[in-house]
Design a protein around this ligand. Structure first.
Ligand SMILES: C[S@@+](CC[C@H](N)C(=O)[O-])C[C@H]1O[C@@H](n2cnc3c(N)ncnc32)[C@H](O)[C@@H]1O
Length: 273
């Protein structure tokens, strides 16, 4: 693959990074040998990891579109990852061309590649910030230029809280973001789980991610439900609202969606009262 890939300032291509491993799982080319090596070892242990990545990405896109169809016109996408097919702004601007999207990530590769993609797009931008520092995210001037906190916001936090250690209080951090949102805003969140997954596979994945820039933290369903405390869970299709596996939320075919890969992540969408 592409070792002639441009290495943006601040990126060490010899240390695997979650954004580039995820890009590799999704079939992208914005990754280096070190990312592919570790990702391949994860895939050896968890063959359904590619299905898991696609199931998660599908959830992200369905939820973003669902929010846009319900009139949400501004989105903050935290832990946005490298540009891929069907980015948040592609999905929501397909519904509403004037929908605004702010991407937030702390990986300099994401900043560089998303920045190139979004150059000249007045309705979308990327902010380089760490979600563990909410003041720096919410106070960022580029974010504030696009987001009006008096109006509802779609807050997307998919496949990112599992890179936040328990000691950094991921639940408190999510609550900090939610508390500044207007009534009628939504939280969209997904995260890897160790519920009913083989303990040895979980252990190997933890060991593999520990070789990179970010440790990964699997959580059980109850701990993932806690991210939505105080919010009203919503369902897109009349099924019971709640935390479900990523393939299931808004799936066209629930039987097909309930795949082995999908069961590695839980997700939910909830409305701020
Ligand atoms: C697996 S990707 C998920 C991409 C996208 N949200 C999705 O679900 O398709 C995780 C992203 O979260 C970013 N990330 C991890 N920890 C972060 C932090 N503390 N602050 C901001 N971004 C973070 C990584 O750099 C990576 O781009």
């Amino acid at each position: 693959m592409t070792e002639e890939l441009q290495v943006p300032a601040g990126v060490d291509p010899t240390v695997p990074a979650p954004a580039r491993m995820y890009d590799y799982f999704l079939g992208g080319h914005n990754n280096f040998l070190a990312d592919r090596d570790v990702a391949d070892q994860v895939r050896e242990m968890i063959p359904e990891v590619i299905d898991a990545a696609w199931a998660n990405r599908g959830f992200h896109q369905r939820a973003a579109r669902w929010l846009a169809e319900r009139g949400i016109r501004q989105f903050i996408d935290i832990g946005s990852g490298l540009p891929t097919v069907g980015n948040t702004h592609d999905v929501v601007q397909d519904v509403a061309p004037d929908a605004r999207v702010v991407y937030v990530d702390h990986d300099p590769m994401v900043l560089a590649y998303s920045g190139q993609l979004l150059a000249g797009n007045p309705h979308a931008t990327v902010v380089f910030a760490d979600l563990r520092d909410p003041a720096s995210v919410l106070g960022n001037p580029d974010l504030k230029a696009l987001i009006d906190f008096a109006e509802p916001v779609g807050l997307m936090m998919t496949a990112v809280t599992h890179f936040v250690a328990p000691s950094a209080d991921p639940w408190g951090l999510v609550a900090r973001y939610v508390q500044v949102l207007a009534s009628g805003s939504y939280l969209v969140l997904s995260q890897v789980t160790n519920d009913k997954t083989p303990p040895r596979s979980v252990r190997v994945a933890e060991e593999m991610y520990a070789k990179g820039t970010e440790q990964i933290y699997f959580r059980n369903k109850a701990d993932i439900e806690r991210f939505f405390d105080g919010l009203d869970m919503v369902s897109p299709d009349g099924t019971a609202a709640g935390v479900v596996h990523v393939g299931e939320w808004g799936a066209d075919d629930p039987d097909l969606a309930d795949s082995d890969g999908s069961r590695w992540l839980y997700c939910g969408v909830a409305r701020c009262p």
